[in-house]
Every structure is written in C-alpha cells, then in structure tokens.
Design a protein around this ligand. Structure first.
Ligand code: GTP
Length: 340
C-alpha cells in the first residue's frame, strides 16, 4: 500500500519558524515532526509519497539522513494545488487504494486498525474522525448507523456544527476518486470532492486519545505539551542540569544542554546544546543551541535555533526566529521576532 503525505503548505501561521525549515522539520521533543508521520507507517505501507512544495531540498536531505531515502518519494508542486490537486498530481504513482495524510497531525490513531476498517467497509473510502470541543474550526462529519457518512461540511459556523466529529486529516481512498478531479487545477479535497462521494459510500472511523493539528503556534505548543504529558519527563544523560535547578515535570531536555540554577518546567522542551544559565522557563519550546543570559524568564514561548537572549530579559507568549538576538533587559509579550 502507498501513502500520500500532504506537505505542500508553506506554514505561514508558523512564521518566523517556517522561514528556515519546512513545517515537517519543526522539532517536537527529540525529533522533527515528520518522524511522527513516518511512525504511522512502520508496517503495511511500502511507499510514502510526499506532495511537497516548500523547502523541498531540506526535506529530501533529512529523509536521506535518516535512511528513508528509498521508501520515500518526494514530488514537488511548483504551485500549491490544494489538498485534492496535490493527490491528483501524483496519480501516476497510484494504482490501488491508498492512504492520504496531512503532514501536520500528531495523533494516537492506530493506522493498521484504520486500514482494516476501511477495507471492511469498502465504498469510495474512509476517513478518520476525532471528537473535538471546537468542531467549527475543522471539517464536521455526521455519521449514520454502520458508520456511513451522511454529511460533510468544511468549517461550518458554530451554530451549523451538527456533530463534534471532525475530519482528522487521514483518508483511505479508492483510485476512482481521482477521476473526479481535473489535472493541474487547484482542488480542495474537503470542499469539492468529499461531498460528492458521500452517495457512493464514504465511511467514518472514530478514534479517541489525542489529536493535534500543528498549524499555529498555540497548537504547536499544545502538541508538544500533549506528548510531554503522555511520555513524562526525559532528561538526556549527556546534558548537565545542576543540583540546584528546580525541575517541574514534565520536561524534555536534549543532549549537551546545560543549566546551572533556576527553574525548568512544567511543559517545557529544550533541544540539543542549549545554555540555559540561571533562567526560569515554563510552558515553552527551545530549539537547539539556544543561549539564555543571567536572570532570564521564558513563558509560553517558542525560541528558534541559535536564539540568544540577553541578561535580565523576559519573554511571554513570544515566537523568536532562528538566530535572533534579544537585547539584555528586554521585556517582550506576545511578540514575533524575525518576521520578514
Ligand atoms: P498555513 O500557511 O499556515 O495556512 O499552513 P498550510 O499551508 O500548511 O495549511 P493547512 O495547515 O491548512 O494544511 C493542512 C495540510 O495540508 C498540511 O500538511 C499542508 O502541508 C497540506 N497542504 C495544504 N495545502 C496544500 C497544497 O496545496 N498542496 C500540498 N501538497 N499540500 C497542501
């Protein structure tokens, strides 16, 4: 079986972090996000096709570096074709039912169970559904008995949202669905294709556990925090955390990171080779090689690779792009630094 990963979005809502890396390579704890995507396909899928468009060379070289170069094909879309057009664009590589997956989903779906469900149900395909407390932000689905989908509405108003089951961005589709799309045309799978195939049999597979769409900074932080909660704390042996540091679980600290005193956590992830000085860090993500001066406070923020923060500074709700330098004595709230 083959899987098509939709990874062509620019990730504008994650700027400035996505100026310097594709969204798929944003770190989540100890690994870029794309590794979590690959985890779904440890078995049962022999070819993974990335429909990509933004910073493709970086994605390709990362795949080679983790030894996935042979199982993974990366197809570049010169201009974004939308979620349907992107699948149509790789039609020549597809001949039997296939999986489609949004590249920016962190979830507890059991892919093998989903595939078995879809094979049993037949029809034009199946879609994974997750119960959400704010369904109006997503595609909302209504099921009847037998898990057949009877209604699919993309981003309805809050009043229109007729169910709490949302499109989790994972599909099993028959190749015939590709006949419903014109080549080289922008097509939204959710808006233009799914409503058409309901009558031919389209089924919903509900799963529980966790599901986060890593599209925005707050959902990125939510994804990291969700995994920290599930996995618990992990501090790499090759890091040096002083005895005087107050640790509030859960946290993740990568190798070669150093902290002399202060507080770390909760819900904080620190990459490799960071120097955290005497800071207090809460609810935040620090990429690799971040340097914090003396008496720095970081709360609910994301600091890109190589960020330097001067002494006596505080950051709250901020996103700082790779390599940016924050002057000493700064007091930043809800700011994005490094926007172009
Ligand atoms: P923003 O620029 O912040 O809106 O992000 P995005 O472009 O990634 O959009 P969104 O989060 O809605 O996309 C959901 C998933 O579909 C992501 O995995 C995207 O990479 C992917 N995607 C969205 N549009 C396209 C497209 O035109 N082509 C391809 N190949 N993938 C797409």
């Amino acid at each position: 079986m083959k899987a098509v990963i939709l990874a062509g979005g620019e990730g504008t809502r994650l700027h400035p972090l996505t100026y310097t890396r594709p969204k798929t390579l944003i770190p989540i704890l100890d690994r870029p996000m794309v590794n979590y995507t690959l985890d779904y396909f440890r078995e049962g899928v022999d070819e993974i096709i990335f429909a990509a468009g933004h910073m493709v060379a970086e994605l390709r070289s990362y795949m080679d570096s983790i030894g996935e170069g042979s199982r993974v094909k990366i197809v570049t879309e010169e201009n974004p074709l939308g979620t349907g057009g992107a699948v149509k664009n790789v039609e020549s590589l597809l001949d039997e039912p296939f999986i489609v997956l949004n590249a920016d989903i962190i979830s507890s779906i059991n892919m093998q169970e989903f595939i078995s469900f879809a094979e049993d149900k037949g029809g034009m395909g199946s879609i994974a559904l997750f119960p959400s407390s704010h369904p109006e932000d997503y595609g909302v689905v209504e099921l009847e008995e037998g898990q057949r989908i009877v209604r699919f509405v993309e981003k309805p108003t809050r009043e229109e949202a007729f169910s709490n089951l949302i499109n989790a961005g994972v599909y099993y589709l028959k190749p015939e669905i590709l006949d419903l799309m014109e080549p080289n045309k922008f097509v939204s799978m959710e808006r233009e294709v799914f409503p058409l195939i309901i009558q031919d049999g389209f089924f919903g597979y509900r799963f529980d556990g966790h599901w986060v769409d890593v599209g925005k900074v707050d959902t990125y932080l939510e994804a990291v925090r969700t995994l920290l909660d599930i996995k618990g704390s992990r501090i790499d042996e090759a890091s040096q955390i002083g005895d005087g540091v107050e640790i509030v679980d859960p946290i993740y600290v990568g190798p070669r990171s150093v902290k002399r005193s202060g507080r770390l956590g909760p819900l904080t992830s620190v990459g490799n080779g960071c120097d955290l000085g005497t800071s207090e860090i809460t609810g935040s993500v620090l990429f690799d090689e971040v340097r914090l001066g003396e008496n720095v406070g970081v709360t609910d923020s994301v600091l890109g690779e190589g960020v330097v923060v001067g002494d006596n500074s505080t950051l709250k709700g901020c996103v700082i792009g790779d390599g940016e330098v924050i002057d000493e004595g700064s007091n930043l709230v809800d700011q994005k630094v490094g926007m172009r």
